[in-house]
Design a protein around this ligand. Structure first.
Ligand code: SF4
Length: 449
């Protein structure tokens, strides 16, 4: 388990010299525990303390990355069993399966779908992450042809799956610099696969049936100095696979059992032929605790809910989800369209923008930075005040752009209307909107009549 601030504090010099940028050693310890500071910032920790802290602060599940650049997929680095204890760190990577026995039309359709199925949500783009490219034919040219087709798709990294070390070697070379995940070292080929991973610098998947057999393989590979490993426990039956995932999180965290301390890969695509069941299995593994999921295909109706589930699980529970403060245009707005105001708490944004959409009356929505607080809480904390909203209006350049000088504030914050009018000047009219978001639609309709 990760060290607490108090445990870390015991290793610090306790001189409160402030050179690390915080006022006390205890504050520095708390920042370290929260992942908001680096050990190197304190120049006075003894070598003994450094060794103890760096050993103790290494996550029990090894952190590693597949690919490079913006589309790099980070895995592992996890320190807790449950999200609410701190946070989960690196979200589950979602992979679409491609095989060299699919016909060209099918492959083209899948490559196009990978690019199309992307969703903008609270300033983030939600999308799949990888192609799991599998050789079924054993034909080198076919496998290479497939990789060459897929490698230009933007935003995708790779899991290369083949029984032959030679095939994997050729494909890893075709993806030079992209560091695909090589799948997989087994008891039969561990020496060759370990050597290939070492030569190419690529992360390596390890596949074995049973927890002890996995441990034997990971220990052997670590002995070969191959440490970026991803574990496949071999089970393709949901109950056993689920139980394996939990064992591979609990072992390293609770028992400090290092041979299992790696991210995992799971294959819902090999557990069922039913796409809905497959999505349900995938949802199970997003919650606990797969590093990568290989799906038989991406379908909007199942991929989108999985992406949302992942978004919710892999956000920091100590930080509210926020949307970017700016003016959002909803519908075909004109210079005469009304403008509403809300806070940047993501849920408030989605509710209010949904109500505006439902009204079918084009409108602007000014989202004010309230540090993720809801309207009422932000108002109570002085973060949804008339002067701040006035400044946000001016910052957005609204006075120059729009003829409409009406701004609608939430009914629960009616008290700030005078202050806002004062800040905006006499050519603006501040209207009090409904107290409940559910009444925005009738309010807008009535206004437009
Ligand atoms: Fe304490 Fe080190 Fe920070 Fe100085 S630099 S306050 S000794 S943690």
């Amino acid at each position: 388990m990760a060290l607490s601030g108090i445990q870390i504090y015991k290793f610090l010099p306790k001189t409160n010299c402030k050179e690390c940028g915080v006022p006390t050693c205890l504050a520095f310890a708390m920042a370290l525990a929260g992942g908001k500071a680096e050990l190197a910032k304190c120049p006075y920790i003894s070598d003994e303390g450094k060794a103890a802290l760096s050993e103790a602060s290494t996550p029990p599940i090894r952190a590693l990355a597949i690919g490079a650049g913006d589309s790099q997929v980070k895995l592992g680095g996890e320190t807790v069993l449950f999200r609410h204890e701190k946070t989960f760190v690196n979200k589950t990577g979602l992979a679409m399966l491609l095989t060299d026995e699919m016909d060209n039309a099918e492959i083209d359709a899948r490559l196009a779908r990978f690019g199309e199925l992307q969703y903008d949500r609270i300033g983030l783009t939600l999308k799949g992450d990888l192609f799991a490219v599998k050789s079924l034919s054993g034909d080198k040219d076919k496998f290479l042809g497939l990789i060459n087709k897929a490698k230009d798709v933007a935003g995708a990294e790779f899991v290369l799956m083949a029984d032959s070390v030679d095939l994997l070697k050729a494909d890893a070379e075709a993806l030079a610099g992209r560091k695909p995940l090589l799948y997989a070292a087994t008891a039969d080929n561990v020496d060759e696969m370990g050597a290939l991973a070492k030569e190419t610098g690529c992360p390596l998947a390890v596949k074995a049936d049973g927890l002890d057999n996995v441990a034997a393989l990971t220990e052997k590979l670590v002995g070969m100095d191959v440490k970026d490993l991803v574990i496949d426990t071999g089970s393709r039956e949901i109950k056993q696979a689920f139980s394996d995932q939990i064992a591979f999180r609990r072992g390293p965290l609770l028992k400090k059992y290092k041979p299992w301390g790696y991210p995992t890969i799971a294959f819902p695509c090999e557990m069922t032929d039913d796409p809905i069941k497959e999505a349900l299995y995938a949802g199970t593994f997003i919650a606990k605790y797969a590093g990568i999921l290989v799906l038989s295909n991406f379908y909007g109706e199942t991929l989108f809910p999985l992406l949302l589930q992942r978004l919710n699980i892999y956000t920091d529970p100590q930080r509210p989800m926020v949307t970017e403060p700016m003016v959002y245009e909803i519908g075909a707005v004109t210079d005469d369209s009304p403008m509403l105001v809300t806070c940047n708490f993501a849920l408030s944004y989605f509710i209010v923008s949904g109500e505006i959409e439902a009204s079918r009356i084009p409108a602007r929505l000014l989202v004010v930075d309230t540090e993720g607080l809801s309207v009422l809480t932000a108002w109570a904390a002085g973060k949804f005040a008339g002067d701040l909203i006035g400044m946000a209006v001016k910052k957005a350049g609204i006075p120059d752009q729009f003829k409409n000088r009406k701004i609608i504030i939430p009914g629960v914050s009616a008290i700030i209307s005078g202050e806002l009018e004062e800040e905006l000047g006499t050519d603006w009219e501040v209207l009090i909107g409904p107290r409940e978001a559910a009444n925005i639609t009738p309010f807008l309709k009535e206004m437009s009549n």
